[in-house]
Design a protein around this ligand. Sequence first.
Ligand code: UP5
Ligand code: MG
Length: 195
Amino acid sequence: FDPEHVTVIFVLGGPGAGKGTQCANLVRDYGFKHLSAGDLLRAEQEREGSQYGELIRTHIKEGKIVPMEVTIKLLEKAMGEAVVRGSTRFLIDGFPRKMDQAVAFEKSVCPSKFTLFFTCSESTMLSRLLHRGETSGRDDDNVESIKKRFRTFVETSMPVVQYFEGKGKVLKVSCEESVEAVYGQVRTRLEEGLK
Ligand code: UP5
Ligand code: MG
């Protein structure tokens, strides 16, 4: 597909900040195509015959970033399929979370218009994830994995946010409040960004 004809918005924020929840609201109200890198990786992990199943499983459990070739390939494929079906506006959720991914994706797939960055305290994120873990079935919704995910976020993913901030391309939203209150802010920021 031609990057000139698509709009990409990155959605970043700590584990459990509410990226997926708010993206679902934006899909409903603005017709974005939502692609969660984590969801794509989990689907690939489950896919029969995938050569990456074990690699993805161990990285996710340890809160580590899967090598970028795998994730970028999955995203590029999903975007290509969505473009064929008429999508032009994408929310790329939970990606890029390491500098090499950010640079490679913008160079070889598509530059982003801006990044929506969800800020949230670790104590709030921890309680949300533990609550979700009671029913999610996710291998990484347990205290040990969550602590590792927090650490990777601070050490590896925050530099990506700072990189885009340096380019004036980050719109921040605080995610401590209720889903509805946060969404009000998300809409305001998004509309500023799309102007
Ligand atoms: N909830 C949400 N908002 C709330 C609110 N305002 N008030 C009260 N409750 C709220 O929300 C989490 C929970 O909180 C839900 O129960 C929700 O109802 C509630 P959710 O919207 O799911 O938060 P989200 O930010 O999407 O959390 P998620 O756990 O998905 O974030 P992660 O970034 O940790 O997970 P992701 O799936 O993106 O990545 C998982 C792993 O995949 C990574 O750790 C990594 O190992 C791997 N990965 C890569 O290697 N490379 C990539 O590029 C991407 C992922
Ligand atoms: Mg998510």
